[in-house]
Design a binder for this molecule. Structure first.
Ligand code: ADP
Length: 415
């Protein structure tokens, strides 16, 4: 079954076409047929399209909106151009899986998209005003271009964390704000944490209920998750993806009084403050250079840049603090799993995060850590470490495709 996976942002569309089915999931033999990114939708768009085993096609074309962008992708998928995957017709796409950022408290599992589900996703727009409307554009575009007959499935970033207890998800605010507005912590990156926890179980032969992990998704956005008995127990992102770890451009944890302070000192309004916290802070704000960890590490190494080093130090220390707090919260964990662009690729950041944690039973095998290059999946911890350490590349699109198949075929979708 060919599943088109769509991830629509406000001016971007990312897609993959994945051949998967219940038996292929069982054998871990799903296949990616094509993938691509369309950026700057609404003006002259930059497009990268790649069919498996063929060179990438790059082009720039004006694309008015998400519908035009999806139309462009579909035209390419069924074209006979040399770089295309050469699907025969649109009928070769059997279902569509959408990444939807916020499912709120009601949408706690991946689900077939009906008018009622669309209404529920719209109800969550207050909670994710930038993301959910953009995600829905993909749903509407697919309905228009494929017609109402094609199954569409919504997979939520928040749903994995719906198992968090009140003790994890409530803020210590007056309780009535939760009752009135569902103001609480939701957590994000759920598809990624869920996928690496599943791979960990596959690699180690661990049963679902016996899975006790700390997963660290370190990319442009960063989050940590405490997984107890297979389910999310606590996570670092909150009402929005701003809370928790230091990220490329986001502050992570912050004393909320900073807002009023900056309002008075700098005359910033709410919109500007939101932009400072979400787009100008984190690694970028601290270093004054870049939000890109690879570039920061280069700066720190080659120019001994003080603020680049400071940004990296603060980033790593925040991750350590979360590891410590989750080990305390869960009375230990069996393993620590690194994923995301930084977690998968940077031996240096992994080494710094794990340094001086031997008291907590965490230690790396330096040779294994250094050898764990891009694409590596496996263990990097010291042989005598009480808490094992793994690198597991995330694959959110694959999980979206698999959930889509399971929803369409009404199969259980526990992980
Ligand atoms: P997103 O959250 O946008 O999906 P990614 O998961 O791709 O982002 O992570 C992007 C981050 O990963 C960037 O900060 C990038 O510099 C970092 N990264 C990628 N490769 C490396 C590397 N070899 N060393 C250090 N950082 C890396």
């Amino acid at each position: 079954m060919n599943v088109l996976v769509l991830n629509c942002g406000s001016s971007s569309l990312k897609f993959q076409v994945i051949d998967t089915d219940l038996d292929l999931i069982e054998k871990n033999a799903d296949r990616r047929l094509a993938s691509g990114v369309l950026e700057r939708i609404g003006s002259e768009s930059l497009i990268t399209l790649r069919a498996e085993g063929k060179p990438a096609v790059r082009r720039a074309t004006p694309l008015r909106d998400h519908r035009a962008a999806l139309d462009h992708v579909l035209g390419w998928l069924v074209s006979s151009e040399p770089g295309s995957p050469g699907l025969r017709a649109l009928g070769d796409i059997h279902a569509i899986g959408h990444r939807i950022v916020h499912g709120g408290e009601r949408l706690t599992h991946s689900i077939g998209i009906t008018d009622e589900v669309i209404e529920q996703i719209e109800d969550c727009i207050d909670l994710a005003p930038l993301h959910n409307p953009a995600n829905l554009k993909g749903v509407y575009a697919a309905r228009t271009l494929f017609g109402p007959g094609i199954p569409q499935v919504a997979v939520f970033d928040t749903s994995f964390h719906s198992t968090m207890p009140e003790t994890s998800f409530l803020y210590a605010l007056p309780y009535q704000y939760y009752v009135r507005h569902r103001l609480r912590r939701y957590g994000f990156h759920g598809t990624s944490h869920r996928y690496v926890a599943y791979r960990y179980r596959q690699l180690t032969g661990t049963a679902f209920e016996s899975t006790h992990l700390i997963t660290l998704h370190l990319g442009n956005g960063c989050s940590a998750c405490a997984i107890q008995n297979g389910s999310s127990f606590d996570t670092s992102m909150g009402l929005t993806p701003l809370e928790g770890l230091v990220m490329g451009t986001r502050t992570g944890d912050l004393d909320a009084s900073v807002l009023e302070f900056l309002h008075h000192k700098e005359g910033l309004g709410f919109g500007e403050l939101d932009s400072v916290l979400n787009k100008q802070s984190g690694l970028l704000g601290l270093s004054g250079l870049t939000n890109d960890m690879r570039d920061l590490l280069d700066e720190a190494r080659s120019h001994d840049d003080r603020r680049a080093k400071l940004a990296i130090d603060i980033f790593c220390i925040r991750v350590k603090k979360y590891i410590g707090s989750y080990l305390a919260r869960m009375n230990g964990a069996d393993a620590l799993v690194f994923t995301g662009g930084i977690g998968e690729n940077s031996a240096e950041i992994r080494a710094r995060v794990c340094a001086d944690l031997d008291f907590l039973g965490i230690a790396l095998d330096p040779a294994k850590n250094d050898a764990a290059a891009s694409g590596f999946e496996g263990e990097i911890g010291a042989a005598d470490g009480r808490v094992k350490v793994f690198v597991i590349p995330t694959n959110e699109e694959l999980l979206i495709a698999r959930d889509t198949v399971r929803c369409v075929k009404d199969a259980p979708r526990r992980w």
